[in-house]
Design a protein around this ligand. Sequence first.
Ligand code: SF4
Ligand code: SF4
Length: 184
Amino acid sequence: MIIKKLELNQTVPSPVCVSCDTCCHFPSQDSLMAPIFTHKERKRVIEDGFSPDLFDPTDDGKSSRIQLRAYDKMFICPAFLPETGECSIYPIRPLDCQIYPFVITFDENHKQVLLCIDEICPYTEIEISKFYRDSSQVVAFLESDTVMLEIAENWSLVGLRLETATVICTLDRLTSYLTQTINH
Ligand code: SF4
Ligand code: SF4
């Protein structure tokens, strides 16, 4: 099966991530930050050997949130390999993980979609300006026709505002697309 690779340049340099333990670790088993897989992404990782039992349904009825497992006083994504610090499904990791520490959320009124950065990522303290510079390519990626369709079909990907998230910009095209295609 040929998998179309979505192109998105990473803002955080790989060596920084290799020496950071924040991603893929969560404080509680029911953390709302556990990655969401779209219907297609879930199917893809199940074909790759993941158990279907590792996923919980979300409100949109199509996507799923992966179940975390206990590890060393924290909870980790089952795709994370603590021995090497790597994601075992990196080439097919979900959109939710591809964009992180960028996150997409609704505003307080649940009307406008926002592009935010999660300041839990320590690189946001070092190079906040780089996130603003890179935001235009993230917006272009998220508001491309293919990705907008994927988000509209799996709208639980758009989360609620996090206390740790800083708003970078509004996602007007995506907001308009979601307004036309889904009902809340
Ligand atoms: S939190 Fe930031 S620096 Fe750490 S692994 Fe994730 S993206 Fe990389
Ligand atoms: S899918 Fe990969 S990148 Fe995403 S949380 Fe799990 S281990 Fe980390």
